[in-house]
Design a protein around this ligand. Structure first.
Ligand code: ADP
Length: 304
């Protein structure tokens, strides 16, 4: 499969702060690629370099076979970018906002009218097209922002944390759109700090932390290689971490405790049969997740 994006050893500093310390990954054409990492990891910086908003200090970006540092090679017409912050004119209607952005991308006349109709349908806001954006919820605005990046039918769509602070309905809409775009063959590059989003949407994943890629590969490969098997136990009156035999690591999570272990059956039996000093109200085997991949790679939780 051909590669839509290859980035090699990107480095970027802001004053004294080294935001990227040699970021390298590639994205296969027609796939959804997830860049997953906690706040401050370097996701936005990477995305902004990809779209040419800022320049890297070192390293290279090849998008659709074109060296992105060579400006004017028509990449702008082939790539869409959805920034993290919403950039719409509040007083204008959704339609007029889209008209403005379409023209900025070089789409005009009948073709633009047709595309606006299509994208409004795609984001589920056809009925609200004449309403001023200031009357929209945060999630609806975000959907218009995504639509603005689709008017010129990009081959690659870059989305920087598109679901932060939005309602579940808009989030589902965005997920449906991404799945549809993938079916149409669009390459998607999606950054987020929500691991369940990359689990639900992405094929290949890179995990970024402190400006470095700490793991990358297919979701299943990462889970297989780094995820630790675990048991979750709730015992509300238990104040100290439980000490079950064979536990590799025990840490609090939600109302209970997470116990990482290779000995799932023995650990379950221990909590069912032993006197742990408190009534166990919930006991379950935890499905391997990117959360535990992150934890085993960094020693900290993604949601710290
Ligand atoms: P993320 O998108 O993963 O939250 P960012 O790429 O926004 O991470 O930030 C990476 C690091 O660079 C953080 O430590 C952040 O504080 C710093 N940073 C980002 N933008 C700027 C800026 N314009 N000036 C100074 N520091 C910045």
């Amino acid at each position: 499969m051909e590669e839509a994006l290859v980035i090699d050893h990107l480095q970027k500093s802001y004053d004294q702060k080294q935001a990227l310390q040699g970021v390298t990954f590639s994205v296969k054409s027609g796939t959804c690629f997830g860049l997953l990492g906690p706040n401050g990891a370097g996701k936005s910086t990477t995305m902004k370099i990809l779209t040419g908003i800022i320049e890297a200090d070192r390293g290279s970006v090849h998008m659709l076979g074109i060296d992105a540092s060579e400006k004017g090679k028509g990449l702008r017409q082939r790539v869409g970018y959805v920034p993290q912050s919403i950039t719409l004119y509040e007083k204008l209607s959704a339609y007029d906002n889209l008209k403005f952005f379409g023209e900025m991308y070089g789409v005009r006349g009948k073709k633009l009218q047709q595309r606006i109709k299509e994208v409004l349908e795609q984001i589920g806001l056809k009925d609200r097209s004449k309403d001023a954006v200031e009357t929209f919820s945060g999630g609806m605005k975000r959907r218009v922002n995504i639509a603005a990046a689709l008017l010129h039918k990009p081959e690659v769509l870059i989305l920087d944390e598109p679901t932060v602070g939005i309602d579940p309905q808009s989030r589902n809409h965005i997920f449906d759109m991404i799945r549809m775009l993938k079916k149409e063959g669009v390459t998607l590059i999606y950054s987020t700090h929500y691991m369940e989003e990359v689990e639900a949407l992405c094929d290949d994943i890179a995990i970024i932390d402190h400006g470095k890629i700490i793991a990358q590969g297919h979701l299943h490969e990462l889970l297989e290689e780094y995820s630790q098997r675990a048991i979750y136990v709730e015992a509300p009156t238990l104040k100290e971490p439980p000490t079950s035999p064979g536990a590799i690591r025990t840490y609090p999570q939600g109302e209970g405790w997470m116990i990482e272990t290779e000995k799932l059956k023995e650990t379950m039996l221990y909590f069912l049969n032993s006197d742990v000093g408190a009534k166990v109200t919930r006991l379950e085997i935890v499905r391997p997740s990117l959360e535990s991949v992150f934890l085993s790679l960094t020693g900290t939780q993604l949601r710290d």
